[in-house]
Design a protein around this ligand. Structure first.
Ligand code: FAD
Length: 427
């Protein structure tokens, strides 16, 4: 009887924990990917670049599976309905910690168990998950530095060892190639996602602590989209980080920190980590929000960032922090608006990291900058883009009358933000 391996955010054959277990423990394993209609139906943009990325990763996977004598079944359905329609011996998959995914997996477990089958799940996309790194009293950490210290103290060699999937590829189901959908088949337009092949640039990683804050240079790894969809293994990256750059290792740990926070505090998906911040009276001016979205605020570093996001689906981390601070503090617009806009545009969109980043900027998150620290966008630009290379790259009309005047004055906006925050917090 056929066992299914369900690919999700782990779109690779090599070093894939769940796939390894499926193949080691079974002899007829068919791989499946489900374009989840519950998720797709929420995507308003029918030219969403992420669909292009997933399709291209799936094409590679399918080819690799076919080279091994098997194939990839690609389905377009609600996963619960799909599993109602099949009778696998078992279904293997890797953990997904987002609230929707947890609920979906519970429903799939129930559906399968009703027919005597089972969902087996494995840790794959992080080194440590859930409660594996907690305080000595068992409570989750809510501050990064002690979390990262404990994380590093807990790692041993076996945590970083890759899963030797190739050893068991002969347990893949022998099948003829199955058809493969086009973007149109699943309700989208084919787009060029513009993402370079996954290359791990060691010189960039080695220099990371020197270059990471400068958006005009390629000073960060650009691996976030690959981590998001699992086209690269976290175990391999952490090994590289240990061998090359501790600052970069810390970034990989931030990723796990926010995933751990989302696991323990799923309420952050909708509300402030620090509940007092839910009393904030946001101004939420729609026109100002539109100016921010389209990169027309009159603050060059903010506008360059938003234009980079709109044009490419990526934004440099330093600039993400600046635009998020500007939206929440200078414009007093609810961080959830910004979070949702990023979610609709970022190729590397990840609920835990995005929510963590936005709540950090708004001051409402765990281990966040205090609310009274308001980034000065002009000073940030001077410091991190002193030659205006990044800014000019995105704003060719910078020195012309076509470029708008600043929509708010920094000093006034700062005062207004401090008052509004203080009012909410001292309530
Ligand atoms: P590098 O600097 O090379 O870092 C390596 C990897 O570490 C990244 O690929 C990423 O997986 C992880 N990482 C780095 N910084 C962070 C961080 N602060 N939090 C969590 N993980 C981190 N990252 C996302 O992956 N998805 C998001 O949706 C997302 N939204 C963000 C929203 C805001 C407001 C802010 C301030 C940050 C957000 N980040 C998000 C974190 C960070 O900006 C990106 O991970 C980073 O810019 C990706 O570029 P890179 O791959 O070159 O990262």
């Amino acid at each position: 009887k056929t066992t299914l391996f369900w690919f999700r955010r782990d779109l690779r054959l090599n070093d894939n924990a769940g796939l390894y277990h499926a193949l080691r423990e079974n002899e007829d394993v068919l791989s499946v990917f489900i374009f989840d209609t519950v998720i797709l139906n929420k995507l308003e943009n029918k030219t969403d670049r992420r669909i292009g990325f997933i399709l291209s990763a799936l094409r590679t996977l399918k080819q690799q599976l076919e080279d091994a004598g098997s194939t990839l079944l690609v389905v377009h359905a609600d996963p619960v309905d799909f599993f109602k329609s099949v009778r696998p011996h078992a279904v293997y998959t890797n953990h997904d910690y987002e609230p929707y995914a947890r609920q979906r997996d519970e429903n799939v477990t129930k559906t399968l168990s009703d027919k005597g089958s089972v969902l087996r799940t494995y840790k794959d996309q992080v080194i440590f998950e859930k409660s594996e790194v907690v305080k000595s009293d068992g409570e989750p950490y809510t501050v990064f530095t002690p979390y990262s210290r404990k994380w590093k103290a807990s790692v041993n060699k076996s945590d970083l060892k890759g899963y030797a999937v190739t050893k068991y590829l002969h347990h893949l189901s022998k099948r003829d190639p199955l058809p493969f959908p086009t973007a149109k088949d699943i309700g989208f337009e084919e787009t060029d996602n513009g993402i370079a092949e996954r290359t791990i640039k060691l010189p960039v990683i080695r220099n990371y602590h020197r270059t990471r804050d400068f958006p005009a240079v390629q000073g960060t790894s650009r691996l976030s989209v690959h981590l998001r969809f699992g086209t690269v293994s976290i175990r391999r990256l952490v090994q590289i980080a240990y061998a090359n750059n501790e600052t970069w290792l810390n970034e990989l740990i931030w990723r796990e920190f926010y995933q751990m926070i989302l696991w323990h505090f799923p309420r952050v998906e909708h509300g402030a980590f620090k509940p007092a911040y839910d009393r904030m009276r946001w101004r939420n001016d729609v026109h100002e929000f539109e100016a921010w979205c389209s990169g027309q605020t009159g603050y060059p570093i903010v506008d360059a960032g938003m234009r980079e996001l709109n044009a490419t689906g990526f934004m440099h981390n330093r600039v993400r922090m600046i635009v998020a601070s500007f939206l929440t503090k200078h414009l007093l617009i609810d961080w959830r608006w910004g979070e949702a806009y990023f979610a609709s545009k970022l190729l590397d969109y990840d609920l835990a990291a995005n929510n963590g980043g936005w709540q950090w900027a708004a001051g409402s998150g765990c281990d966040t900058a205090p609310y009274f620290r308001v980034f000065n966008p002009a000073l940030q630009a001077q410091k991190f883009d002193p030659e205006l290379k990044y800014i000019r790259g995105w704003i060719p009309e910078l020195d012309t009358p076509d470029y708008p005047k600043p929509m708010v004055a920094h000093a006034e906006a700062r005062e207004r933000a401090l008052k509004q925050y203080a009012a909410a917090l001292n309530n």
